[in-house]
Design a protein around this ligand. Sequence first.
Ligand SMILES: [Zn+2]
Length: 426
Amino acid sequence: MFDLIVKGGTLPDGRVADIGIEGDTISAVEDLSGAEAGEVIDAAGDLVSPPFVDPHFHLDATLSYGLPRINASGTLLEGIGLWGELKQIVTQDEMVERALSYCDWAASQGLLAIRSHVDTCDDRLLGVEAMLEVRERVRDYIDLQLVAFPQDGFYRDPTARANTIRALDMGVDVVGGIPHFERTMSDGAASVRELCEIAADRSLMVDLHCDESDDPLSRHVETLACEAQRLGLQGRVAGSHLTSMHSMDNYYVSKLLPLMAEAGVAAIPNPLINITLQGRHDTYPKRRGLTRVKEMQAHGITVGWGQDCVLDPWYSLGTADMLDVAFMGMHVAQMTSPEDMARCFDMVTNQNAQILGLEGYGLAPGKRASLVVLDAGTPIEALRLRPARLAVVSNGKVISRMPREDAELALPGRPETVRRRHKAGR
Ligand SMILES: [Zn+2]
C-alpha cells in the first residue's frame, strides 16, 4: 500500500513507469498495476520530472519592481545603484512577504530548490535575517540555500568583509563575492583568494558573481579555478555569469577551460539577464554577452542555467519558471540539436541539483518524493510549450495542481479543443 502513486508518466529519459511513494520517499519506479494507494495521480501521456532547481537567484530583491523607481537605463550599474536606494527604505517584513509570495510562484511551477544570494552590505543585515526566516518557513516544500553576497564589494565597501563573515556565522550556507566590482583587478583577485580560504576553513561551498562584464581581460574565473584546486574545493565551487568569457581571446580560453575542468569549477550562466544587461556599451555588431556554454560542456564542466532576477531593480519581467530560463538559454547559446535541447532541460533539473549538492534528488527508489507532472510528452516539448504543471509533489505531498490549458475552438469543421502537443512524424 503506497501513500501516493503517480501513474503511467513518461520520465525525462523516455521510460514509462509508475512511481510509488511512501511517506516522503520514492519506494518504487516500475509497473505498479494492481497496487493500492491512498491517492493516485494519472500522468499517462504526460512528462514526470524531478523538480526544477534554480542555482542563481536574488530572493531579497524579488518582486520589488518599481520601488522606489524603475531602472531607466536597464543597465547592471543603475540596477546596483537602485538596489542601494531601495535597501535603505525596505523593511524586514516586506522582504519576507515578497520572498514568500515568490516561493508560492516557484512551488506552482515545480521549482523546489533555489540558491539565493543575499546582500550582506547593510550593517543591520536585515536581508540576511529576513532570508533566514524565509528559509525556515518554506523548508517543508522548498530547499532554499543562501549565499552571503557582498553586493557592493568585499573590499570596496568598508564594512562588507565583517558583515559577510557575520552572515556566515548566522547560518548562511555558501560564500559569495563579486571580484569584478572591486576597485582594481588585484583587489578582485585578492577577494577571490580570501573568500575561498573562508569557505575552506568553514567547509562551505563558494559561488561568486564572477566576470559579469564585457571586458575580455576580466579573468577572475582563472583565480577562482586556481584557488579551488589549491584549497581542495573541487566540486564545491561555482562561477556565476562568466560573461566576459564571451569576449575573451580564443587562445586564452583554450587554456582556461581545461583549468576549470581540472579544478571542478561549475558555471552558472543566467541567460535572461545576461542577454539583457551585456553588450550595452557596444554599437554594432552587439555582443550577446553569454558565456561559452557548449564549449564548457565539451570540456566536461558542469553548467547550469540560472534565473537571477524576477521583477527587481535589474529585470522587469520573470515568471519563476525555469523552462523560460532554459528556453532563452537554448536560443542564445544556439543549443538547437535534439541532444542539446534535451541537455537544456537536464541543466535546469539534474545539473543544477548537482551544483547545489542536493541530497536524495531524482526519480529512483530511495530518493526524496519530489516531482512535477507537466502537460508535455518529452523534455524538448516541455521547453517548446513551457506548459501547465499539472501536479507538483514535494516530499510526498501534493502542493500544487493546475488544469490543462486547452483552448476551445469555434471553427467549423475543426476540432472543438486544441492543445499544442505534437508527435514527430506522421
Ligand atoms: Zn546575481
